[in-house]
Design a protein around this ligand. Structure first.
Ligand code: NAD
Ligand code: ZN
Length: 341
């Protein structure tokens, strides 16, 4: 087991990579524990949960809502949860985001932790203290920064994940390598087959290195004033693809990273060889690199990006593999490049 810490304004978060769900009780007080899970993870893993009251939410982005939150508050009241209670979210990024937000707001804040059960939740969603819900179609519009006391990343739980969910996590893993560590990128290239076979030792290494990279960025810039923006590599165009094409987040981010890498090359930063390596690695991991998309529709979605400021977008470019820079790019320049490209 490996422990990495995130030090946020709200406190310290211990990320326990390689720890087991079966050991969850070791990190909990003796009583007043409430678990929150979803309709898929509950039936699969309840036999490993500590015996405590459990709240179950529906699966999918459509359940990351105020209604779900209200249902959780109702059940917390019915269970007589109070400031002495400890809440644990056991599930993917959705259970994490909703649990963290519910626990942070109920009675002005209860203690909470997570067991991350998807690859994406282990390398991304549960690390960094962002919690929240969607509102009226706007993703993650309402939320809080608040660090979970601990996160257990149990690699064994990934065996039951559908392949598409593995691919989503892999897209974020490649992102971490692209923005921060070229040796990590080479290691992923060298272990593609083992990754596809869900080799536990190799996955443990990936989760560990990705958590180290994300935790490092968050420790330097928790509230996304600067460096944390690098974690949006591939996401500006990725979000536009996700919205306009209705594909998964991982697929959209993969294609978004290829576009951002192309733009980096076009601007004289990233070499052609490194651009080709990024494209080839994503393709080997079963992720899309070249989408057939309506440029105008993607551009319209891009213009609605909530991260734009005064006609400019903070765009993440690569100077080289492992070295990201955040540069303001005029939306008009992006439009020209997109529509001509
Ligand atoms: N807070 C953050 O910093 C942050 C960062 C990235 C993403 N997110 C959020 O995370 C969410 C996506 O998370 P996700 O990809 O984990 O999706 P998810 O939570 O919807 O999980 C994907 C599916 O896999 C199922 N599942 C979970 N664990 C399983 C297991 N071990 N075996 C079999 N099935 C399992 C779930 O029930 C669900 O149906 C999005 O809402 C996104 O906004 C948050
Ligand atoms: Zn993402």
């Amino acid at each position: 087991m490996h422990e990495i810490t995130v030090d946020g304004r709200s406190g310290r978060s211990r990320i326990l990579v390689g720890e087991r769900l079966a050991h969850l009780a070791r990190y909990l007080p003796d009583d007043h524990i409430i678990l929150i899970t979803d309709e898929t993870v509950g039936p699969l893993y309840q036999h490993q949960f500590p015996k405590c009251p459990t709240i179950t939410i529906g699966c999918g982005e459509g359940h990351k809502t105020l209604d779900t939150l209200a249902a959780i508050y109702d059940q917390l009241i019915a269970l007589e949860a109070d400031r002495a209670s400890f809440v644990v979210g056991i599930g993917g990024g959705i259970v994490g985001d909703v649990t963290g937000f519910a626990a942070s707001t109920y009675m002005r804040g209860l203690r909470f932790g997570f067991v991350a059960t998807t690859l994406l939740a282990q390398v991304d969603a549960t690390v960094g203290g962002k919690n929240g819900i969607n509102f009226k179609g706007y993703k993650n519009m309402v939320g809080v920064f608040n660090q979970p006391e601990f996160v257990i990343a149990d690699i064994g739980l990934l065996r039951t994940l559908p392949p598409g969910e593995i691919a989503s996590g892999l897209a974020e893993i490649v992102k971490h390598a692209c923005i921060a560590d070229s040796d990590y990128f080479s290691a992923i290239e060298n272990h593609c087959d083992a990754i596809q076979a869900l080799d536990e030792k190799v996955l443990l290494h990936l989760v560990l290195r990705s958590v180290e990279i994300k935790a490092g960025v968050v420790n330097r810039d928790e509230r996304e004033a600067g460096e944390r923006r690098k974690l949006n590599f591939g996401h500006t165009l990725g979000h536009a693809f996700e919205k306009s094409l209705g594909i998964t987040h991982g697929q959209a981010v993969s294609a978004g990273m290829v576009m951002a890498a192309r733009l980096s090359h076009h601007k004289g930063m990233l070499s052609r060889t490194e651009l080709n390596r990024i494209t080839a690695l994503l393709a080997r991991l079963g992720l899309p690199t070249d989408l057939d998309f309506d440029r105008q529709a993607v551009f319209s979605a891009l213009k609605k990006d909530k991260k734009r400021e005064q006609g400019q977008i903070h765009f993440v470019l690569l100077q080289a593999l492992g070295k990201a820079v955040v540069a303001p790019i005029a939306i008009s320049e992006l439009e020209r490049w997109l529509l001509d490209g």
